[in-house]
Ligand binder design. Structure first.
Ligand code: ADP
Ligand code: MG
Length: 248
């Protein structure tokens, strides 16, 4: 279990009294308007920023007390704009941050992310979508090669470079990965409908404050989303329980 207890931060952006938990095998999505503090929260959860108050616990242990090497074995973060190092082949990027390569796991990660044909490419030549897939494979290799009992993948807008179909497919794949390897996942998304469809839990954030957290269907009401995004919405339903929101 990844537990965030009454977390507050002053820098780089203020966060106030955030509390939620993400279990192994579960996908939590952080939603909120631009500048709400989503990326700041994701990086704080990854241990990149020290808490001003509150704490983050990984399998019951304070994240702040875990050294960098051990932290790398139990959590990986994929940036919104992942590195695209010129002159580096994809095959080499896939080993960054991996203490001990696990070739069987790497092969599985490459297959799942559709990266087998990209190995000899220069990172600088990849499209936005290809780069995202390569970084996902690298992060999976980092986590799956480790023997840590609990492992978490943190993703900042993983679908930003993807078309509507590819974005949906990416979220479905992430959910399968979470369940198959019992990874906890926390993803920042902009698309409320992707969250509605693929998240187990949703955290709504506005002005650095937690507006709501809980099961996706319960948290994502029209009223709450209108309040969070300051936008009038229309709710659509297909009559079979699938819902969607459009701005009006
Ligand atoms: P979000 O991901 O929800 O769009 P961020 O966490 O990136 O929001 O940023 C929240 C606020 O903090 C924004 O107003 C942003 O400009 C500011 N901020 C974020 N990082 C920095 C930084 N390194 N230096 C100064 N301001 C920052
Ligand atoms: Mg952001």
């Amino acid at each position: 279990m990844l537990e965030i207890r009454r977390l507050s931060l002053h820098h780089p952006a203020p966060l106030h009294d955030i509390s939620f938990a993400c279990a192994a095998g579960e996908v939590t999505v952080i939603l909120g308007p631009n500048g709400a503090g989503k990326s700041t929260l994701l990086h704080a959860i990854g241990g990149y920023y020290p808490a001003a108050a509150g704490e983050i616990l990984l399998a019951g242990e304070a994240l702040a007390g875990i050294d960098a090497a051990r932290l790398a074995s139990c959590r990986a973060l994929i940036e919104q704009h992942p590195a695209r190092p010129a002159g580096m082949r994809v095959a080499d990027l896939l080993h960054i941050g991996v203490a001990q390569a696990d070739h069987a796991m790497l092969a599985q990660a490459l297959d799942l992310c559709g990266c087998q044909t990209l190995l000899v490419r220069d990172c600088a030549s990849l499209s936005g979508g290809e780069l995202q897939r390569v970084h996902l494979a690298r992060a999976l290799h980092q986590l799956l090669a480790s023997k840590a009992a609990q492992r978490y993948l943190l993703l900042d807008e993983p679908t930003a470079a993807l078309d509507i179909g590819a974005a949906n497919q990416q979220l479905a794949t992430l959910r399968q990965l979470a369940q198959r390897w019992q990874l906890g996942m926390v993803a920042v998304l902009h698309d409320v409908n992707l969250a509605l469809r693929h998240a187990d839990k949703v955290l709504l954030l506005k002005d650095g404050r937690q507006i709501a957290h809980g099961d996706t269907a319960q948290v994502m009401t029209q009223n709450r989303l209108e309040q969070v995004y300051d936008t009038r919405l229309t709710e659509l339903g297909d009559g079979h329980g699938q819902r969607a929101f459009i701005a009006c």
